[in-house]
Design a protein around this ligand. Structure first.
Ligand code: FMN
Ligand code: ATP
Length: 151
């Protein structure tokens, strides 16, 4: 998939996906695979534990979650997010498309506007589909582990 194509230099479409990715599961793979389909290169920002306030702290450290996501075949480049301003890494990566997950609490048009007001134009799309399975969620895995060891 190319934009602004010419014989001398086609431009790769860069897609950015984001998330915590604690305890990797097939739902994460589904999201990342759908995101990758939107372009040519998949970049991933792995959320910092210090920035996660809307749910319990991840079990796995920032560095280990980054190592796992980086090692996925479909991921071209993964990096830890900023600990202060989520717009910093976006400006570094300069994605063409940001792919939000089905349940990520960001408003696509609001995010597009926020980026625009910082002088950066980028499409923000929502991956609507989700994978349903009994352990396709980090919190579901944690719940099962707790139940198992409390038996
Ligand atoms: C475009 C975008 C950029 C983000 N950048 C960062 C960041 O730099 N640092 C960070 O800790 N979290 C960042 N986040 C937030 C997390 O990646 C994650 O999406 C958020 O914590 C919601 O987590 P969950 O979907 O894993 O529950 C960003 C999210 C989006 C949508
Ligand atoms: N089952 C799933 N199907 C599709 N996408 C998913 C699924 N689970 C997570 N995602 C997507 O993966 C990205 C990272 O999600 P996150 O790390 O919060 O996973 P999670 O397993 O849902 O975590 P938690 O259970 O703590 O909420 C998000 O964009 C989210 O929408």
């Amino acid at each position: 998939m190319f934009i602004g194509g010419s014989i001398t230099g086609d431009v790769l479409v860069r897609v950015l996906a984001t998330g915590t990715f604690d305890l990797l599961h097939p739902g994460h793979i589904h999201y990342l695979s759908e995101a990758k389909k939107l372009g040519d290169e998949l970049y991933v920002i792995v959320a910092r534990e210090s920035m996660i306030r809307h749910k319990p702290r991840p079990i796995i450290t920032d560095e280990q979650r980054l190592e796992m996501v980086s090692s996925l075949k479909i991921v071209d480049n993964a990096l830890l997010g900023s600990e202060s301003d989520i717009f910093d890494p976006i400006m570094q990566i300069m994605p063409d498309i940001i792919a939000l997950g089905y349940d990520q609490g960001f408003d696509a048009s609001q995010l597009e506007n926020d980026l625009h007001s910082r002088g950066f134009d980028c499409k923000v799309v929502r991956i609507d589909s989700s994978l349903e399975c009994s352990l396709c969620g980090s919190a579901k895995i944690v719940k099962k582990v707790l139940e198992r060891y409390q038996e």
